[in-house]
Design a protein around this ligand. Structure first.
Ligand SMILES: C[S@@+](CC[C@H](N)C(=O)[O-])C[C@H]1O[C@@H](n2cnc3c(N)ncnc32)[C@H](O)[C@@H]1O
Length: 291
């Protein structure tokens, strides 16, 4: 069993993160760090690359599909990396998918004692995971949500370790741009979700300007959207820059087959060491611009 998530763009995302994982594992193989791969929205291990873009509006779960055209998802991508990581943490809140992630232990018997499927909310688990002593540990965290599930304080906790490289899929077109209504009339619950995702309320000022509508009798004040996909993408990347030591300057827009941008694939590194940061950013920038 697998689940459906996207078309070519999803494969592109998996290829890019996979390339980074492979080069990272090779580069760090002679260092004495305990290496952890964390897939915080792990899925099942397999995905069907069918276009399901219409159903991706505003964070729905996709229907399970017993399809045959499945490919390796992000968890398997990581398990295929050689040399292997010392630990694979697969976080997933859907119980059915957790049992499929458990099956990966028999698919990869040599890695079975390194595979830890965790049934939890990604934000709760990660904030706890990031605490403690990171001097002898390094990790790559991949945040691959459908929508706006990642909270800013999770991103902050990841950055604070100064030991984690982060790949994150930001829901640029599937959620954020759609929620920023042209007239600025955004409901309180949606505002709250955006606040939690951006970790600030100043997104409103960045994306809207005040507008006066004059009639014969009065002046009505309201707002007008000034944001577009590029400015939203730039805003989010700047938010990452405010907490991470380094952030790739060319995050990648992932488009569906109709050329609508769905997500933004971003990379950030917590390690402030200039050499480590320089190498990681050079690699991530290269991977992001590869076609
Ligand atoms: C886009 S899919 C992941 C695809 C996967 N990375 C892959 O390439 O195979 C998102 C997954 O996150 C899970 N999920 C949604 N909200 C979650 C949360 N708050 N914590 C953990 N998992 C969550 C969903 O059940 C779904 O399996």
């Amino acid at each position: 069993m697998t689940h459906s998530f996207g078309g070519k763009w999803a494969q592109e995302k998996l290829n890019k993160v996979g390339s980074y994982l492979q080069t990272y594992a090779t580069a760090l193989k002679n260092q004495k760090f305990h290496l952890i791969y964390v897939d915080a929205f792990a899925g099942t291990g397999y995905v069907s690359l069918k276009e399901k873009d219409k159903s991706q509006l505003l964070l729905p779960e996709f229907t399970e599909n017993d399809v045959k055209d499945f490919v390796a998802g992000s968890a398997i991508n990581a398990l295929e990396v050689k040399p292997p990581f010392d630990e694979y943490v697969f976080i997933e809140k859907n119980e059915k998918r957790i049992s499929e992630l458990n099956n990966l232990k028999s698919d990869y018997p040599n890695l079975a004692d390194k595979i830890f499927p965790i049934s939890a909310d990604a934000n709760d688990y990660l904030r706890n995971f990031c605490q403690g002593d990171w001097r002898f540990k390094r990790a790559i965290v991949f945040l691959d949500p459908y929508g706006m599930q990642v909270k800013w304080n999770t991103i902050e906790a990841i950055a604070k370790t100064q030991a984690i490289d982060l790949w994150i899929l930001f829901p640029l077109g599937v959620a954020v741009n759609r929620l920023l209504r042209k007239d600025g009339k955004i409901s309180e619950p949606v505002k709250q979700r955006l606040d939690e995702m951006f970790g600030t309320q100043d997104w409103f000022e960045a994306f809207f300007k005040e507008k006066e509508r004059r009639s014969l009798f009065d002046i009505q004040r309201g707002f007008e959207k000034t944001a577009n996909l590029d400015s939203i993408a730039e805003y989010f990347n700047k938010r990452l820059e405010s907490v991470f030591a380094g952030v790739a300057r060319n995050p990648l827009k992932l488009h569906n087959s109709k050329n609508n941008p769905l997500y933004l694939l971003c990379f950030a590194i917590g390690n402030p060491n200039p050499k480590a940061k320089g190498l990681a950013l050079k690699l991530a920038n290269h991977i992001l611009q590869m076609r």
